[in-house]
Design a protein around this ligand. Structure first.
Ligand SMILES: Nc1ncnc2c1ncn2[C@@H]1O[C@H](COP(=O)(O)OP(=O)(O)OP(=O)(O)O)[C@@H](O)[C@H]1O
Ligand SMILES: [Mg+2]
Length: 497
């Protein structure tokens, strides 16, 4: 303040001699300060402060730094550079509360609106105490410039860091950015379900709400499946080490309405894998099957539902085609379960990674032994009729009734469920009848009681029918009119029955 108060315009040196003298005193002053600093601060500390100041005032000129240039296109310019893509995704998450300019976007593949920092700014990231400075270069297109379509814009990211960290950045940080970006994309990804058959494959967004949380399954079985899936995706190196393809096969079996399809959706949602639903009925040749398999991507689930019916139906179709001699070489068209398994096994073991294949059936007992052979399907999951614990999950999903505060009818319902075979789908349908828990649960009680009555009548009727036919048979044996046994062998047969 003192200096400024006493300073007037006439103090500004104007003549060359006065300017020289001012310069000389300024340099003398700087040298004095420098000498004092050299006396007080040791050299390493001085260097450190000097570099910091230099970085701050001249960020692009630090001699101890090195810069990596990450172009939008790879060196060959044929394809997009995955590192650029990953950097874009990764840096978009580095939004700071102080950022005043944000980019807002949402693509078809994203579930939510995303906010990213404008690329104009330098973004400072830290990784294991290394400071990394990201900046984005995007040359402005001049309106008078001749646009050459073959020459992509030289957009790039510049990544600057201390040269001494070169190895760590190359070997650890960049892979970390790639992995992080993959996770972010995976998290935001809208799953797809591809319907594959013949030569075509259509896809739509998979918005099935089933999750493991909403699945009415035995808690231990649920945990087993979740753990198995988690272990599978974690074990890339393990599969490599033991020389096994990174694939896993599941067989889901159980009566209709026990949640086989829902479990597939829950698995896809859990892993964030797309689903390829293979319609075997529209595939007549192994070559079609091969091309469908080749068109599936990594991190996906290939589903073949109702395997017992599909293969039977397919064999019929092939037989019809064969009889109609629409094809000249019918032997090539033979399409059997073992053929299917061979194609899948053969291709499956060498194409792609992180694949899951799921077969479903209502009748495990009708399946070809080739499918049940040990080692063919890694995990067999039995989807059973509704259990009391399954009911509790459904009651929580549909009516918000929690175990800690059960409804007065829950105990009765659990007892009824234990004494009959009711599917989770049937229970769910009853629970959907009303938002009012009293009404919905009373409806379920009535439904279960009716079912028990109908079932016991059916069993009784069957028993009566059996008893009647038994009586009839005895009579035939006695009077010698039995269609198989003569009067002489009747005594022996009576003993057996
Ligand atoms: N275990 C379950 N947990 C939760 N909901 C279930 C369960 N099982 C069935 N559901 C309900 O019933 C409906 C039908 O079930 P889903 O289609 O999954 O049965 P499925 O076993 O595949 O039957 P299908 O053998 O006929 O194909 C589902 O949409 C879901 O609402
Ligand atoms: Mg199903």
């Amino acid at each position: 303040m003192y200096l400024f108060k006493n300073f007037s315009l006439k103090d500004i040196p104007t003549t060359p001699a006065a300017l020289f003298s001012a310069y000389a005193s300024f340099t003398a002053f700087v040298q004095l300060v420098r000498a004092m600093v050299e006396q007080i601060l040791p050299k390493p500390l001085r260097l450190y402060i000097f570099n910091k100041l230099k970085d701050y005032f001249f960020p692009s000129r630090s001699s101890e730094d090195m810069t990596l240039v990450i172009n939008l296109y790879s060196a060959s310019r044929m394809t997009e550079n995955q590192v650029y893509d990953a950097a874009e995704v990764y840096l978009a998450t580095k939004v700071k509360p102080s950022d005043k300019l944000l980019l807002v976007s949402k693509t078809h593949d994203q579930k939510t609106i995303s906010f990213a920092n404008a690329k104009a700014a330098t973004i400072i990231d830290t990784f294991e105490d290394i400071e990394l400075k990201w900046s984005h270069i995007c040359p402005v297109k001049r309106s008078d410039a001749v646009q050459n379509d073959n020459e992509p814009q030289k957009q790039c990211f510049m990544l600057r860091f201390g040269t001494k960290h070169k190895e760590k950045v190359m070997e650890c940080y960049l892979p970390y950015v790639l992995a992080k970006a993959k996770d972010i994309k995976q998290e935001e990804k809208l799953l797809k379900i591809f319907s594959c058959g013949g030569n075509s494959s259509r896809s739509i967004g998979l918005e099935h709400p089933a999750t493991f949380e909403t699945m009415a399954m035995d808690p231990e079985q649920k945990k087993m499946v979740m753990d198995d899936l988690d272990r599978f995706v974690r074990r890339r190196d393990f599969y490599k080490r033991v020389g096994k393809a990174w694939k896993r096969g599941y067989l889901l079996y159980g009566p209709p309405g026990t949640g086989k399809s829902s479990l597939i959706a829950a698995m896809a949602n859990h892993l964030k894998f797309d689903i390829y639903d293979l319609e075997l009925s529209s595939i007549s040749r192994n070559s079609d099957l091969r091309s469908v398999l080749l068109s599936t991507s990594n991190r996906s689930i290939l589903v073949i539902e109702d395997i017992d019916c599909s293969v039977e139906a397919e064999n019929r179709v092939v037989a019809e085609k064969f009889m109609g001699s629409r094809y000249n070489r019918p032997s090539q068209m033979k399409f059997t379960l073992s053929g299917l398994l061979n194609v899948i096994d053969g291709l499956w073991s060498c194409v792609g990674d992180e694949r899951i294949i799921i077969f479903t059936t209502n009748h495990k007992d009708r399946l070809d032994p080739a499918l049940l052979r040990p080692g063919r399907m890694d995990v067999h999951i039995h989807m059973s009729y509704c259990t009391p614990s399954g009911f509790r999950i459904l009651a929580s999903n549909y009516l918000g009734i929690h175990e800690s505060n059960p409804h007065r009818l829950c105990g009765e319902i659990e007892g009824l469920i234990e004494s009959t075979e009711v599917t989770p789908a049937q229970v769910a349908e009853e629970l959907m009848q009303s938002d009012d828990a009293d009404v919905a649960l009373e409806g379920l009680v009535n439904f279960l009681k009716c079912k028990i009555q109908v079932d016991s009548k059916k069993t009784k009727d069957e028993g009566t029918k059996k008893a009647e036919s038994f009586e009839e048979e005895l009579e035939q044996l006695d009077n010698g009119t039995h269609p198989i046994f003569s009067k002489t062998s009747a005594a022996f047969y009576k003993d057996v029955i």
